[in-house]
Write a protein that binds this ligand. Sequence first.
Ligand SMILES: Nc1ncnc2c1ncn2[C@@H]1O[C@H](COP(=O)(O)OP(=O)(O)OP(=O)(O)O)[C@@H](O)[C@H]1O
Ligand SMILES: [Mg+2]
Length: 267
Amino acid sequence: MSQPLLSVKNLTIDYIGEEKDFRAVDNVSFDVAPGEVFGLAGESGCGKSTIAFAISRLHKPPALIRKGSEILLAGREVLDLDPQALAAFRWREVAMVFQSAMNSLNPVLRIEDQFYDVLKKHKGMTKAQARERAAEMLKLVDIAPDRMRNYPHQFSGGMRQRIVIAICMALDPKLVVMDEPTTALDVVVQREILQRINELRRQFGFSVLFITHDLGLMVQFCDRIGIMLAGKLVEQNSAEDIYKNPQHDYTKKLWASFPSLHGGVLA
Ligand SMILES: Nc1ncnc2c1ncn2[C@@H]1O[C@H](COP(=O)(O)OP(=O)(O)OP(=O)(O)O)[C@@H](O)[C@H]1O
Ligand SMILES: [Mg+2]
């Protein structure tokens, strides 16, 4: 691999308990190349979201990242960022889209003002500049720019999710972390959104860390996939090899439990 954009090394995360600590992430290492989509798959509770939060530096107590863990983004240690560096890091370098992201829009603000908030804070843009950027970004996710005058409740769930993605992309992040970004949406809308993200990725060159329970979508959307089991990354390989030539017993079981995979690669 060329110089990785994201390099996670020996990541170990415990949830501190009153009596006993729980090891949610156990010595996990993986790299994500510039422009690559890396997927994390595995059963519920295996530690995927815990990793996503740590990479975005959004983890909170009782989560504790153990010494010896490294998260390097473009060569910089994410775990060492001070609060000021962190504020810039969160939008400009890493953007996160969650399952419930569409509910993260502020219900009492017009869409244009939500763009403005982010663009003023991080790029010092004027209202007019922010409006211009918002129009450009909304077009990319197939929403008519004049709708930026509307409030969130005037959009469908899928549209709101696309708006959140557009806001995330407005700062041109290097890495987009997506944890079940489309699970709350119907299958058709889900695929449309992922297709659109894929096109944007080709255009802008950001990398994606993608988490979903939908293994079919995972195989189609990702370049490489890591399989997690009880906090450990037990196997990682190209999407094609993980699917066609699984090595670990757990990966084989995972596919066996999901027989309805059918080809068709996202455009
Ligand atoms: N705040 C917390 N306090 C204690 N334990 C937690 C906390 N958050 C998560 N855990 C535990 O850490 C483990 C990993 O959780 P995580 O949310 O990372 O799983 P996941 O792989 O994202 O699961 P899912 O697919 O269901 O979203 C689980 O066993 C969970 O119970
Ligand atoms: Mg999760």
